[in-house]
Ligand binder design. Structure first.
Ligand SMILES: Cc1cc2nc3c(=O)[nH]c(=O)nc-3n(C[C@H](O)[C@H](O)[C@H](O)COP(=O)(O)OP(=O)(O)OC[C@H]3O[C@@H](n4cnc5c(N)ncnc54)[C@H](O)[C@@H]3O)c2cc1C
Length: 492
């Protein structure tokens, strides 16, 4: 699309076609209506979409995709827009397909411990609906009050409870989705396994590039009789990191195992008053759940390991209110960053647990190198880091330094045997880092999968998988001798 006139004409053409298959109120094209969709949680990157559609049934999704396929219009699926990697960022001449109106809980089946939900249902709403049956949906992203199950499927989202109960991929039995050709396909089954190749696992985490999710069957698990959480303080970050590895090595799988460094606990404490030890270099939150006896025994075992690992103080929640208070700081850490910095850039890399201490030391050294602070609050049990790089977008160059800082953290994750994303996806944010993680042949294999679902590359194109050309360019721009990468991002 070269000129404003071209875009205006194209918008009118596509709008007319979409209004034939959707009610007029479900097709938005005025700037004041499309502006709220210009970015997701990675607000540094923005792009107004040409059109936004709000289908309220699977049949309408099919019709929209047929129109877009026919006219060659790119489609970006969008749930709640809480993604942190730009996965739902629009394309200038594309359609954003919002699932906001596909928000029904279709069936709650306590007997089979499953729920069938539309993609726009919020993560927490599933657990709220399951609560009267003594059940809940285990994967619990910190954004769970807002994020949708469709977004969770597309990102293979995790959360505090995923160490013990698994990620989205371990808790979804079946996905119903629509291909760009308008074909409705079911992946997986409501049984433990499904015949044929395991395309469900391929689809989960595919970031909206293979099809639009229209229905999801999730597993529900019984709510534990009780849960308690330990807050352990350490005078050195590295001791806290060793404690994480020691807990798992002792054969304990806590229901949650999270770490906050001192920058994080000091950032959060005045905000939520969780009772955190702000003098400690690091604190660990370790949860035990189960029957009263199981919890008591696990708390004792965990306390022994933590003491041996050098904890300087241990507090155990005595009431449910106290347990929730201990977690409230962790769950509110990202918003609390706004108290100490105008902007933050949240990274998401995963590393082997035994390398945690080394990588956190590396990040501390990068703070000096880039002249920016970084708060670390993360899913320690999974080795899933979330460095929050603090910057001020109004200071020239700070955002570029934050990006370079983030890219170097991800490169370090790969170097120690880890990955460039744990749960936030690649989107546009980490697309260059994919060139660090994967060889050309592997990237080509990913493209082959994409082409077999979406031969014309209309579904969320230019996200998640970099072209080889892009990697070659990135190679030339890679940080070396202080030169900055990404100077012209986004470059599609
Ligand atoms: C404060 C905060 C805390 C967070 N904590 C966590 C955390 O603990 N764990 C975690 O994993 N993530 C976390 N996230 C990231 C984010 O919430 C998750 O990635 C979430 O799954 C995104 O859901 P969404 O509905 O907002 O999706 P969106 O942001 O709208 O979209 C995300 C991706 O999914 C695709 N998509 C959305 N709906 C569909 C559909 N129906 N069909 C096909 N593709 C679709 C989009 O195209 C995009 O690529 C956090 C974000 C914030 C802002």
């Amino acid at each position: 699309m070269n000129t404003v006139t071209d875009l205006t004409a194209r918008r009118a053409q596509v709008c007319t076609a979409l209004q034939h298959v959707l009610p007029a109120r479900a097709v938005l094209s005025a700037v004041e209506d499309t502006r709220p969709y210009e970015c997701d949680g990675l607000a540094a990157y923005r792009q107004l979409p040409m059109i936004v559609v709000l289908p309220d049934s699977e049949a309408q999704v099919v019709a929209v995709l047929r129109v877009c396929r026919e006219l060659g219009v790119p489609v970006v699926p969008r749930g709640a827009g809480t993604g942190l990697s730009g996965g739902a960022m629009p394309i200038a001449d594309g359609v954003v397909l919002s699932t906001a109106r596909l928000n029904r809980i279709v069936r709650m089946d306590a007997y089979s411990r499953t729920a069938v939900v539309q993609p726009g249902v919020r993560n927490l709403a599933i657990s709220e609906a399951a609560a009267p049956y003594g059940l809940y949906y285990a994967p619990d992203p910190s954004s769970q009050i807002a994020c949708t199950i469709g977004g969770n499927v597309a990102e293979n989202s995790g959360g505090v409870h995923c160490l013990k109960y698994g990620l989205t991929v371990h808790n979804v039995l079946r996905v119903r989705m629509v291909t760009i050709d308008g074909e409705v396909v079911e992946l997986g089954s409501e049984a433990l396994d499904a015949p044929g190749l395991d395309l469900l696992s391929v689809f989960i985490g595919s970031e909206g590039m293979l099809g639009i999710v229209t229905e999801v069957t999730v597993k529900l698990v019984p709510k534990p009789a009780t849960a308690r959480v330990i807050m352990a303080s350490f005078d050195e970050v590295v001791k806290g990191c060793h404690a994480v590895a020691a807990l798992i090595a002792a054969g304990i799988i806590p229901a949650g195992l999270e770490m906050m460094d001192q920058t994080s606990s000091r950032m959060v404490e005045p905000f939520v008053k969780a009772g955190y030890d702000t003098e400690a270099a690091a604190i660990l939150l370790c949860e035990a759940d189960g029957t009263v006896e199981e919890v008591e025994e696990e708390i004792a075992r965990m306390s022994a390991v933590l003491n041996t690992a050098g904890a300087i103080a241990i507090a155990v929640s005595q009431t449910e209110a106290e347990r929730l208070r201990f977690w409230s700081g962790r769950k509110n850490a990202f918003p609390a960053a706004g108290r100490i910095s105008p902007d933050y850039y949240c990274m998401d890399g995963t590393i082997p647990r035994k390398r945690l201490g080394e990588v956190l030391a590396g990040i501390a050294a990068m703070e000096t190198k880039y002249g920016l602070r970084c708060a670390n609050v993360f899913h320690a049990g999974d080795g899933n880091l979330h460095p929050l790089i603090l910057f001020n977008a109004n200071i020239p160059d700070e955002f570029h330094r934050a990006e370079a800082f983030g890219a170097e953290i991800l490169a370090l994750c790969v170097e120690v045997g880890g990955t460039i994303t744990g749960e936030h996806g690649v989107g546009i944010e980490k697309i260059n880092s994919m060139c660090v993680q994967f060889a050309p042949a592997e990237l080509e294999a990913f493209f082959s999968v994409k082409r077999s679902f979406d031969p014309h590359s209309l579904l969320n194109p230019d996200k998640a998988i970099p072209t080889l050309h892009r990697c070659a360019e990135f190679g030339k721009m890679h940080v070396s001798g202080g030169a900055l990468p990404f100077s012209n991002l986004p470059r599609f």
